[in-house]
Design a protein around this ligand. Structure first.
Ligand SMILES: Nc1ncnc2c1ncn2[C@@H]1O[C@H](COP(=O)(O)OP(=O)(O)OP(=O)(O)O)[C@@H](O)[C@H]1O
Length: 308
């Protein structure tokens, strides 16, 4: 299937000479939820601003639904809804007028039923006649999302959607994203909240210092880069690890009651079976055991720190 967004060799050098993007290649699949992950200043906003036609690229090409973002700007832009990081709405207009007007900007015929659906989805229906300036920060953010959805875009960009929002809005936003995806909308979100990517994304791209250093299925990323730990809680504390078990690289807790074994989930043999056998042979008994897997956060930190 043709990617819905295709980015190739994209570079951006700002007027002050700062290179914010370095030859980025990225295909976004139709209907996926894609999370762009990266530390502050990595280039995430620059990348999405270029795709949305707000920032001009220095080099490379971007097409949206087959339309070049420069030669065929209007067609490309009309497929996109953008929820920017900052709140930018007309304070004196009502919610209804603001959202309806946004639809008009994209040359779409008025459709009150659609605007009503969007406002209801975002719990804004009872606020539709209120002026934007009377709304709370969270409600204003909902209006930004409603504006972005007013023209029924096939692609929705959410730039740091949950930075500084309360738990309820965050939950509503995630539900909305899932609902949009069910309706076939492609969602691209930037975040530095790893748990957001972990919870939401089908695929994850990691941006660091203007480079896209990795693009991977989320599940695959966690499988490939994740390490697991097996922790054994012992019946009797040990003072030292027996020499016969040295090869396993076990770590003994300070109080001697727990042994930790790290293993690679990709390895053909994890070594667990022989470890348990050798523990039994050494007369070490355990009362409990559990395993834990490294989170996307640990994977991300190790990826980014390797590149510093
Ligand atoms: N107009 C500009 N002129 C010069 N440098 C800029 C301009 N806009 C952004 N930058 C720089 O480009 C880099 C990337 O910024 P960008 O906003 O794309 O990062 P980001 O990954 O979205 O970060 P954040 O999570 O903080 O929003 C930053 O170092 C930023 O200071």
């Amino acid at each position: 299937m043709q990617p819905i967004i295709s980015v190739s060799g994209l570079t951006k050098t700002y007027a002050n000479g700062f290179q914010a993007l370095k030859r980025v290649d990225l295909d976004i699949r139709r209907g996926e939820i894609f999370a762009l992950l990266g530390p502050n200043g990595a280039g995430k906003t620059t990348l999405i601003s270029i795709v949305c036609g707000i920032v001009t690229p220095t080099g490379g090409r971007v097409s949206v639904g087959g339309h070049d973002i420069i030669e065929d700007y209007r067609a490309a832009r009309s497929m996109i809804g953008l929820v920017p990081q900052e709140l930018t709405t007309d304070a004196f207009e009502t919610v209804w007028a603001t959202v309806s007007f946004s639809r008009g900007l994209f040359g779409r015929r008025a459709d009150p039923a659609h605007i009503e659906k969007v406002l209801r989805q975002l719990s804004l229906w009872d606020k539709k006649d209120q002026k934007i300036m009377t709304l709370s920060g969270g409600m204003k953010r909902r209006v930004m999302i409603a504006k972005a959805l007013s023209h029924e875009p096939q692609i929705l960009f959410l730039d740091e959607p949950t930075a500084g929002v309360d738990v309820e809005l965050r939950r509503d936003m995630w539900n909305l994203v899932r609902e949009l995806r069910r309706g076939g909308v492609t969602v691209i979100l930037t975040t530095h909240y790893i748990e957001e990517a972990e919870e939401m994304a089908d695929r994850v791209g990691v941006v660091n210092r203007g480079e896209l250093i990795l693009v991977e299925e989320k599940a695959e990323l966690m499988r490939k880069l994740g390490r697991k730990e097996l922790v054994l809680h012992l019946f009797e504390p040990l003072t030292a690890i027996p020499p016969d078990l040295a090869a396993y690289g076990l770590v003994l807790s300070d109080d001697g009651t727990a042994l930790t074994y790290r293993y690679d989930t990709r390895a053909e043999r994890t070594g667990i079976t022989s470890l348990l056998r050798d523990l039994a042979a050494a007369g070490i008994r355990f009362r409990d055991l559990h395993t834990s897997q490294s989170s996307l956060e640990e994977i991300f930190v190790s990826l980014v720190s390797k590149r510093q």
